[in-house]
Write a protein that binds this ligand. Sequence first.
Ligand SMILES: O=C(O)c1ccccc1NCC(=O)[C@H](O)[C@H](O)COP(=O)(O)O
Length: 204
Amino acid sequence: MLVKICGIKTLAAAQTAVSSGADFIGFIFAESSRKVEPEIVGDFGANLAGHVKKVGVFANQTEQEVIKSAEIAGLDYIQLHGNESASFARRMPLPVIKAFAIHSEKDLENLHEYPADYLLVDLPKSASGKGLTLDWDMIRKADLPLEKVILAGGLTPENVGKAINAVSPFAVDVASGVETNGLKDAVKMKAFINEAKNTAGKEE
Ligand SMILES: O=C(O)c1ccccc1NCC(=O)[C@H](O)[C@H](O)COP(=O)(O)O
């Protein structure tokens, strides 16, 4: 199981995530308490192991801004977290992760038609940080290409194993579930990654 730790702001947190086994680390370049400047991420450069994939998270920003930030930060993936159109995604110079806020079953119907390398299914913003998760049964029963699905939304070290067994996604993504008082917590990151990596997936 692949793991993406999102909302990394410091080199120390990035290094802890990578040494704990993270496959993707996400940097928020959209408005957020987790926002970080692309120049800071660019400076992490050689201090990060080469195998980890750097993901920049954007929401309703201009094409020029996304492309410039991606270059400065040295990204591997662009995550679009707003209302970006399919043609916007097609013009991106890097592989795209498209995030979808899932309010109901209806939101899952046409996801696979969006031109993205990965589809990240997430809670709506209004529901995040409230101890809620997506309805994993609903996600599993939807007609989604699971080999492209990144499962997010309220995951924690305690529930990620159950989530993986229920959905069998390509990867899992977490931000607040590995934080204490708004900062990335090394113990929680390690626990989350261990639990995800030790869960086989698919349990009926
Ligand atoms: O995390 C943010 O602050 C954020 C702000 C603006 C756009 C996207 C943002 N988060 C990116 C994500 O990939 C997911 O929402 C997140 O990793 C899942 O969050 P959580 O439920 O807290 O684990």
